[in-house]
Design a protein around this ligand. Sequence first.
Ligand SMILES: [Zn+2]
Length: 284
Amino acid sequence: MHAVLTGDADLARESPTESVSYFVDQVDGTRSEPLPGTTAVVACWGDTAAVERDPTRAAVSVDGTRATPDAEGHHWGTVCPTDEAYRGQLLDRIATVGANGDVRLTTVGFPGHEFCHCERCDDQFAASDHHDRAGWRASVLTDFVADTADRVGGDLSVTLYPDPYPGASRARTGLDPAALEPHVDEFVVPLCGNYETPYWVETLARGFGTELSGLDTSISVQLSVDGTDVDRLHDVTRMVEPHCDRIVYGTFPEDVDTVEAVLDRQRANDAVVQAYGRMRARNP
Ligand SMILES: [Zn+2]
């Protein structure tokens, strides 16, 4: 299975893939109307516009760093996940775009293991039953994802941070795949780059395949198309395929020819494999 991920409505309508994921809420704060028949991709706490309007809403680390685009290691602003007003608006938005279809959540979670130490988070952790902060953070995120699942008519996908080391997702973002399993249909792992040296893509895909293998959820790997030629993207696709159920190509309109060429090669390979299988069946 293959999908295209895009923010371009024309490409979303004319994609050469079986399924399409379409950005309706992006991390810069851009909003678009959902397109019927596509998965609505919603940036959750990644919202630079909201943080620029009110910097005090940004998650804050133990040393006082705010999760804003100009902070080292942050490419967008991230609202604190215990901001109740923001959480309520986010759930309403997910209910609107997901009433009749599939939804994929991105930037869902705390923006790093050192977040969030705002006064509200400190108070909520102190008042909780949890003895360790990581457990409390995971409970915040599991409750949120469970609430989104109640509002989505189709399948719910959750994007994970691309670190398959056991326990890393929970420690980094608060997303605990095992705890989320009852609410989630699919985990999506973005492995984006230019793939000049692609061994790491196979390594990470294999790691996620192993780490999530005991869960009753499907796995998608997201690859980026921009800056990668057909030969290389085809190679990377073949490296990743054994470890996931679906490949999602992050695609700009000018890259769609590359995706089509890779899919053509896949179909040609599949035809050769099937012909060989038929020949072996006739001549065992
Ligand atoms: Zn906070």
